[in-house]
Design a binder for this molecule. Structure first.
Ligand code: SAM
Length: 359
């Protein structure tokens, strides 16, 4: 590529941002330039903020996260709750405890409950459907979101029929080669993508996503992720930096970069203006201001923790995870303050994705 002076480079990047904003697409070379930074990031973030405001105003949606089990049959090399980690104390919540979390959340204004956990065989279809339908029955004005990993299409259908309407399943890596480096044999990129397509076909609002700076990930892999997302057209997109956990095979791999995470977040907002994009706990863990910066770069969802306080530290996906010592009410008011300080407004309605069939 031609060697640009600083002014020319800034002009070139401004052009890229304009193209991205106007066409909702960009070629690989342009995306790589924007991901690489060293330029007008403020301009990229302002553009993302402008687009998010034109679709969602200054609203930031609230989702109550219930981390209901840290048992997992999988052995992902990056994850602290992987099966082979013998150092963590395992827990699982029963139906009544989960319902109690929802009741507390409802009082605090939550209208979406996100049930997330490892792939725990204890939660068979019967057990999980019973929990979902109990929540759905007691809180008919709320949305139930699940994030419980890979299951059969029949299982997803049963969960949908029980009342779940949203499903978060990060694809982790669209590149088969990178996916293979992050996961042991037996887990496959194709299988993960199949699950996402099944979920969409069944009618779930679907969330995909990835960790930025996962070991072995290159900028070219991020382009593959973007192209996969363009094909999938998810309703939600969750990204956060990869963060090390001392009791995983990746213990010596450096954390991902907050800056690249923010740039990718802004790019995703411009590519998917309609999307619900959380400012994640991992962003808040890598930097005390990370979640505010995420909101300013285009994110429009926050997910305070509603799990019982005594279990929070046990859901340790990575080291130094924040929000493990607070009561639910503290977690909610802390996030509300952060949302306000970033210049936005926390809204408690159910917050479905905007219509985007034209994309
Ligand atoms: N079992 C479900 C699944 O597979 O989607 C949900 C739980 S899983 C622990 C939730 C997400 O945590 C994963 O999709 C992964 O991207 C993220 N995660 C796990 N380990 C992480 C780490 N070390 N750093 C940052 N994010 C991590």
């Amino acid at each position: 590529m031609k060697n640009y002076g600083a002014d020319e480079m800034n002009e070139y990047k401004s052009d890229l941002i304009r193209t991205l904003m106007n066409t909702r697409d960009l070629d690989d070379a342009g995306l790589l330039q924007l991901l690489a930074g060293e330029g007008p990031d403020a301009e990229l973030f302002t553009a993302a903020d402008q687009v998010r405001k034109s679709w969602y105003g200054d609203a930031v949606y609230l989702r109550g996260l219930i981390e209901f089990t840290n048992y997992c049959r999988n052995d992902c090399y990056y994850c602290g709750i992987r099966r082979s980690n013998r150092k963590i104390e395992r827990y699982r919540l029963d139906r009544e405890t989960i319902l109690a979390c929802c009741r507390e959340g409802y009082q605090l204004g939550y209208r979406t409950f996100v049930l997330q956990g490892g792939e725990d065989p204890h939660y068979t279809d019967d057990v999980l459907c019973d929990i979902v339908s109990a929540i759905h029955k007691e809180f008919p004005d709320c949305a139930v979101t699940l994030s419980v990993g890979e299951r059969s299409r029949e299982s997803y259908q049963r969960l949908f029929d029980a009342g779940a309407r949203r499903y978060l399943l990060r694809h982790e890596a669209a590149s088969e080669e990178l996916y293979g480096k992050l996961h042991p044999a037996g887990m496959s990129c194709a299988g993960r993508k199949r699950c996402l397509r099944d979920l969409k076909e069944i009618g779930f609002q679907v969330g995909a996503g990835l960790m930025v700076g996962a070991p072995g990930q290159t900028p070219q892999h991020l382009i593959e992720d973007i192209r996969f997302l363009q094909e999938l057209k998810p309703d939600m997109i969750g990204i956060g930096p990869y963060l090390r956990h001392a009791d995983t095979p990746f213990r010596d791999c450096p954390d991902g970069s907050m800056e690249v995470t923010l740039r990718l977040l802004a790019i995703l907002r411009l590519l998917f203006p309609y999307a619900l994009i959380p400012s994640t706990t991992a962003l808040g863990t890598i930097d005390p201001q990370g979640r505010e910066l995420g909101l300013r770069a285009g994110a429009n969802v926050v997910m305070p923790n509603l799990s019982p306080r005594e279990n929070r530290a046990q859901y340790s996906l990575y080291d130094n995870k924040i929000c493990t010592g607070e009561e639910s009410a503290q977690c909610r008011s802390c996030l509300e303050m952060r949302v306000l300080s970033a210049g936005y407004r926390l809204v408690t309605d159910v917050g479905d994705v905007k219509e985007h069939t034209c994309f």
